[in-house]
Design a protein around this ligand. Structure first.
Ligand SMILES: Cc1cc2nc3c(=O)[nH]c(=O)nc-3n(C[C@H](O)[C@H](O)[C@H](O)COP(=O)(O)OP(=O)(O)OC[C@H]3O[C@@H](n4cnc5c(N)ncnc54)[C@H](O)[C@@H]3O)c2cc1C
Length: 309
């Protein structure tokens, strides 16, 4: 892992900066490259513009490791209202949440009740609920709660991270249950005991996992195959594999973040590949933004430039 990536990921975990970093004007200016604004309305403007360009979207209100129950309840209420507003607008925009945002660190059962409420509302609205994946200590509980939710609701999916050694086994178990998977490389600072330290190994594992997702067992179980990546070479490899194995373009999707590889998002859609754009918004963006910088330390130059207006 590069030194810059390690430093930025450590900064993302710093409690003081998490709470105060968002007030620094030049960082606020720089984050706008990845975030249309802090409000749900700002997200909606971006989702409508994305729809006009031919792509559907996913919405996520930034936040993690919520420390009190009231805040967890407010987050759940925000998402419930969001799902209703999206239905009223007839927009294809799917919610994606972090379990620690729903109070997982304080009370697991309460977090599950909130999660269940969101799945029920999404189900009633004909929508789909995505569950993000956080740091490795949360993987087991996230998958346990996802499997429990799947017993009641069919339209749910979870994020799995290609950098973890355990993911191959998780992926086979999750897809067999017909749960959707959004495969990503992984955004956190993980120890070598649990994750591949070398990027080339993560990329190779991603391809192997993608092949399982597009394989007959996962497809027969009805698992939705989503690849959350901006890696254009990887995208080409996955499309090529799908084509040679007879998987139709309508049977898998690429999800990318708002503001990243926009030209590729548009081109893929024009070529008939299904693309969704994940639009993040909210006030608590500091750790999320640091992870975006860590993915491409060259982005730090945008921050430096915004220091001078
Ligand atoms: C829809 C979606 C949902 C995600 N959900 C989760 C989650 O729940 N849990 C989790 O751990 N991670 C999540 N991630 C983040 C993911 O783990 C990676 O950190 C991130 O996608 C970067 O990896 P990459 O596949 O784009 O490949 P990389 O090899 O990192 O990047 C490939 C190329 O994409 C471009 N690029 C990538 N990132 C950036 C950036 N920040 N700024 C500018 N250009 C960039 C660059 O051109 C780069 O060369 C999600 C990503 C996406 C797209």
């Amino acid at each position: 892992m590069s030194v810059a990536r390690t430093v930025l990921l450590k900064v993302s975990d710093n409690q003081w900066l998490r709470e105060n970093g968002t007030r620094v004007p030049f960082i606020r200016r720089a984050v706008s490259k990845f975030m249309p604004g802090e409000s749900f309305d700002a997200m909606l403007v971006a989702a409508k513009a994305t729809a006009a360009e031919g792509n559907a979207s996913v919405f996520t209100r930034l936040g993690e490791n919520v420390k009190d129950l009231e805040e967890a309840g407010a987050v759940a209420a925000h998402y419930l209202e969001g799902i209703d507003r999206i239905k009223a607008l007839n927009l294809s925009c799917e919610p994606s949440i972090k379990l620690t945002q729903l109070g997982l660190d304080i009370d697991r059962e309460l977090a599950y009740r909130h999660l269940r409420d969101l799945a029920a509302r999404a189900h009633a609205a004909g929508n789909y609920l995505w569950i993000d994946m956080e740091q490795s200590p949360y993987v087991e509980i996230t998958l346990t709660l996802t499997r429990r939710l799947r017993e009641e609701f069919p339209r749910i999916g979870v994020c799995l991270q290609a950098y973890l050694f355990r993911t191959r086994e998780d992926l086979e178990a999750i897809t067999a249950k017909g749960i959707g998977v959004r495969l990503v490389k992984g955004a956190y600072n993980e120890p070598a005991a649990v994750a591949f330290p070398k990027k080339s190994d993560v990329d190779a594992n991603y391809v192997a996992l993608a092949q399982i997702m597009l394989g007959p067992a996962a497809q027969a179980a009805g698992s939705r195959a989503v690849f959350g990546t901006h890696d254009l070479q990887l995208i080409q490899t996955i499309r090529g594999h799908a084509q040679t194995t007879g998987v139709k373009a309508s049977e898998y999707e690429f999800h990318m973040l708002y503001g990243i590889q926009k030209a590729a998002q548009l081109r893929l859609a024009q070529e008939g590949t299904r693309v969704r754009v994940l639009i993040a918004y909210g006030e608590y963006w500091f750790p999320w933004y640091m992870r975006r910088l860590a993915e491409r330390p060259a982005n730090v130059w945008f921050v430096a430039k915004s220091l001078f207006g």
